[in-house]
Design a protein around this ligand. Sequence first.
Ligand code: GDP
Ligand code: MN
Length: 414
Amino acid sequence: MKIHEYQGRELLSTYGISVPQGKMITAAADAASAYREASGGIAGGLVVVKAQVHAGGRGKAGFVKLVRSAEEATAAATFMLSNRMKSPQTPAEGLQVTRLLIANGVDIADRAGGGKEEFYLAITLDRATRRNVLIASREGGVEIEQIAHDRPEAIVKERLHPTAGLFPSAARKVAFNLGFKGKQIGQAADIMMKLAKLYVEKDCSLAEINPLVITPKSEKFPDGQVIAIDAKFNFDDNGLFRHPELTSMADNTEENPAELRAQQFGLSYVALDGNIGCLVNGVGLAMATMDIIKLHGGEPANFLDVGGSATEEAVTEAFGIILSDPKCKGVMVNIFGGIMRCDVIAQGIVNAASKFKNSDNSIGFKVPLVVRLEGTNVQAGRKLLEEAKSKIPTMQAATDLSDAAKKVCSAVGV
Ligand code: GDP
Ligand code: MN
């Protein structure tokens, strides 16, 4: 699960990491008052308007704008709420923006030798070493992906201890190596420690601050203040049951609607790019099914795993989800019934044939359907399908897995 930046900033703040004051709005009409609040009432004060979407690359896409008046804030908000945001991290058609963060704008100190004092800081899981790892770079900001690709030596990594987490000495070492100076070192190390604590306690799979910046020197902060001006979090879905405070932050409008619909019925649905829908039970069988489809020249449109104990309603719904995908030109059902009974699957097919609309609004299976059933209650399942044959004219039975793959591939024209 992901959350928006404005929620991520609140989370950072709960852990004692400094973030600028801000407010989330959903209408351009609220931008002017949000500007006045974020600027602390200072005329011409620097404020940032930021699109809140579950994708990065906003800065380069023009969806992070610095403004200095209520009028500029309103114009930026109007633009962002009425144009789709496109970046390398969004689908080609872009994302619609419905929420904006209007926050106090931070002055970023100039770096000796050019550029601004922007750093990258993240904690994630390194699968290769099976440790959580702190990843940091002196060259944070909007070019970090390019830098990681072109100059991996510009990225610093520090492994966390499995139980003790990030050691204070390790955090200070990283801060020093990144080039923080004087009082900045303590501030940066403190942020790293707090981020590491948050990462573990909230079951994150990614906790990222990009950029972490240094403000110009001031009376209060003689070496400048180290402050987070972006926040990105991914959480491990398997840990969410422990965190009602996080699940309440979910924004379902940002998720794939078919995946959400599947989730509500206890099904796992993964959308892919091909044109053959796959209904299977179990992830292992899903992998094997996709492999064999590819072996015969086809491309899966998705896989939908009904798991071991889906009800008839859930199975029926599963076909509804597959049929609603306009890319899907054929469906392969591959069930090896263990706990899942073949007759429940068959009944789901029969129900779906009279219940669901295709993407062109016709009822029933307009696309070819190839069914391979084996295992528990297979005779009862086959009988149900045999009896319903006239209702499902596009259905073919398959004798085994490769027969099923060949039939569905030829049915979609490969
Ligand atoms: P992202 O591109 O989606 O990661 O959005 P960010 O929140 O990281 O913003 C992109 C860039 O905009 C940052 O790297 C900064 O250079 C700039 N920026 C964002 N907020 C501020 C701010 O408050 N003050 C200043 N001076 N620059 C900002
Ligand atoms: Mn960023």
